[in-house]
Design a protein around this ligand. Sequence first.
Ligand SMILES: Cc1cc2nc3c(=O)[nH]c(=O)nc-3n(C[C@H](O)[C@H](O)[C@H](O)COP(=O)(O)O)c2cc1C
Length: 185
Amino acid sequence: MVSQNTDSALRAEHGSIADAVEEMPYGVYIVGTTRGGEPNGMIADWVMQVAFQPHRVAVSFENDSYSLASIRQNNAFTVNLLAHASGAGMALAQHFVQPHRAAKIKGRGQPLVSSTYEKLDAVDHTLTTRGCPVLDGALMWLDCEAEQFVDVGDHTLVVGHVLDGRVATSDRPLTSVDIPWPYSG
Ligand SMILES: Cc1cc2nc3c(=O)[nH]c(=O)nc-3n(C[C@H](O)[C@H](O)[C@H](O)COP(=O)(O)O)c2cc1C
């Protein structure tokens, strides 16, 4: 039987759009980039495959993200999926919760505001031929060439052609359901 819910009845029953989209599950990734010979990693969960042939993935970046600006310079990025592995992925994720530039977080005073976080200094990794990091602890990694930048409002969707990729472990992936930092709503 089809219920004749009005728009307002639906809203009362299910809360806001933000509540609804917050229920969407994601994998937890470290998106790797490079600039001036220095690699950087950004924790991200708005990542998905968008084509089979050739393989393409899309990542949605905040417009003022340091990582996005790096990709605009050289079109290169990696995608590292974190593993669940009884806390190992979570421990790895902790290294990436800060922005590269401390000033990105509003309200930070001197001297912190002018500092940078070299997030990969304490994380085992190798670099792709174009200098983007592949994390030793990743469940799988992809090496991508950015092909399209799509303005979607407060974010920019970067569509990448997957040039290479491997599964590194057989663990289950770390997901947004497993971590205490919601990035949605
Ligand atoms: C769990 C989690 C998921 C996130 N997902 C995204 C995302 O999909 N896209 C994005 O632009 N920022 C995302 N962020 C925020 C970025 O990690 C944050 O803006 C970071 O400063 C960007 O790194 P960068 O300054 O080194 O480029 C997420 C943060 C957390 C904690």
